[in-house]
Design a protein around this ligand. Sequence first.
Ligand code: FMN
Length: 435
Amino acid sequence: MSLKKQLCIGLTLSSSKKDKENMQMDDNKFYSGIEEQIELAKRAEKAKLDFVFKADYLVAHPDLIARNRGSVILDPTLFFTAIARETKKIGVVTTASTSFNPPYILARQLQSLNWISNGRVGWNIVTSIEGAENFGNEKMPASEERYAKAAECTELVKKLWKSHPYEVLEVDSADAAEVIREMIQPIDHEGNFFHVKGPLNVPEHFSGTMPLFQAGASESGRNFAASVADAIFAATPDIESGIELCKDLKERAQGHGRQPDAIRVLPGLYFFIGDTYEEAQEMYRQANQHLTIERRYALAEMVLGLNLRELALNEKVTANILPDADQAVRSKTHADLLRRFIIKNEPTVEQLLERPEVIGSSHWVAIGTPQEIFQQIMERFEAGALDGFIAIPGGPPKSLDLFFSDVIPLFVEAGVFRKDYVGSTLREHLGIFEA
Ligand SMILES: Cc1cc2nc3c(=O)[nH]c(=O)nc-3n(C[C@H](O)[C@H](O)[C@H](O)COP(=O)(O)O)c2cc1C
């Protein structure tokens, strides 16, 4: 009997004030959210998930800090060194920007984490929406330039990894230095953005090239993903955008001489799970109640430059009020999703201000009982709108408890998710093989 296609499931690690309220605090202990996230990673491993995940931004963003209230936002690659030593099997996918980090440092830190975790690292490659002011640039370079740099940076990081093979560790002879000098050769990279001699000072882990993730789905983002990524962290708020992205990436992958199914498309999934639909809906309402109407207007403006303040709440938003498609935006991915939604649906202002494209980073929002959440995910899986998902817990602790206790077992029962780990590297969990 052939094995059914398997889902890839990742979980975003976070903790917030809610966890703090549920925790018995030791008087002398200042809450940082670190212990809770380690516990969450252990729960995810117990549920045999493919990986835990963290996004990262190189700015102190008040919105982000407010969302993680009470929890310290750390450098994810450093944080994952701790997670890696507290777990044994689960993958750890860290985010690092190619716009701001020197490739030699990226190559070294990621490979160091790969040794610390025993081959469980994935690198989520981002080109970043903001942060240029912290790195000596006045403003963010345009999306195309950021992707050109990302492509060169990624190729260079991979070359650095290969410049120092793990077999070096096995050299055991009197003339070891001579043998090693032959084995670790400079790469002499001279590109448009970087000049790096190499070789790297950390050997590549024997599990091979670490899986590469990517986030950003503009034209240049998709081409970049199709050329190098093993998985993509996608923003697909509805089934149609998921189907379109999966189909498009498969075609582009083939254009780069890769197998059509070489890339796993993994949408972000905010979930709110209750014993009844009404309970889940109430969790969703509470999670968003801090978003005042003014904040929602500001978000619509930030994503697409759309000023809705002059319109009545029941007025329709139509294509003719959309700003020019060529205007500079923070993220083309997010702007295009909102633009397409408006053109297709002509929502009222009120409906628009409820949409994930405005209030939820364009991630899919799933609300319901465990059975309903299971069905919604399976519907998209079977329709070719996803290969898995990266769960972003949204509601109170109960919602997450139900995700582990009820939703994951439903996938196992349906034969689309593992009962136990077969391998012990992230590459094995994702079922991807080196080309
Ligand atoms: C789902 C998703 C997640 C992202 N996560 C991050 C992140 O964690 N850190 C970051 O700096 N940029 C992040 N980005 C921004 C992208 O790396 C990229 O810079 C941005 O989307 C612009 O690329 P585009 O022109 O392809 O849209 C994310 C983008 C998307 C779509």
